[in-house]
Design a protein around this ligand. Structure first.
Ligand code: SF4
Length: 148
C-alpha cells in the first residue's frame, strides 16, 4: 500500500479509537453538568490550558477542518482559539479533548477523580504512540501539527 494511503488509513483508525475513548468516558456514571458556560475555556483567566495527546489533537484538527477552517482562529484575549467569539461556544464541542471533558470547572462538578479515568488516559497515550509519540502538548500547538 502506498505510504500516503497507509498514513490516511492509520489516522482514520486512530481518530475512531479516540472517539471510542470519549464515548466510554461519557458512558461512565460520573455525574457532570457542563452548561456550556465556557468559563474553563478562558485560559488566561483560569491559568490552565488543556494538554492533548496526538490522537486527541488529530480529532480536534479534523473537527476544526469540518467547520471549513484551515487554521486555528486567532484570539487576542488569551481564551482558547477554539472558542467562537461570536457564539461564545466551542467550535468543536462534540470533538473536544479529554481534558475539556474531565476538567476542573467547579460549576460542572469539578475534576474527575483520576482513578476513575486513568485507564482512558493510558488508552489515549497508547493510541498516540501509533502517531509517533505519547507526550501531551498544549492545545494550540498540538492541534496545529495536524492542520498543516
Ligand atoms: S476545545 Fe472547546 S471546550 Fe475545550 S477549552 Fe477550547 S473552546 Fe473550551
Amino acid at each position: 500500500m502506498p505510504r500516503r494511503e497507509a498514513i490516511t488509513g492509520e489516522r482514520r483508525q486512530v481518530a475512531a479509537d479516540v472517539r471510542k475513548a470519549y464515548a466510554e468516558l461519557a458512558a461512565r456514571p460520573v455525574t457532570r453538568n457542563c452548561a456550556l458556560r465556557a468559563e474553563c475555556c478562558q485560559f488566561l483567566l483560569t491559568g490552565k490550558t488543556p494538554y492533548l495527546t496526538k490522537g486527541e489533537a488529530l480529532v480536534g484538527a479534523q473537527a476544526l477542518k469540518a467547520t471549513g477552517r484551515r487554521a486555528l482562529p486567532v484570539r487576542e484575549d488569551g481564551a482558547c482559539p477554539l472558542l467562537d467569539p461570536v457564539s461564545a461556544k466551542c467550535l468543536i464541542y462534540d470533538s473536544r479533548p479529554f481534558g475539556c471533558r474531565t476538567h476542573f470547572c467547579p460549576a460542572a462538578g469539578g475534576p474527575y477523580p483520576r482513578r476513575d479515568v486513568a485507564d482512558l488516559i493510558h488508552k489515549l497515550e497508547e493510541i498516540a504512540r501509533r502517531l509517533g509519540g505519547s507526550e501531551a502538548r498544549p492545545l494550540a500547538a498540538a492541534i496545529q501539527e495536524f492542520l498543516g
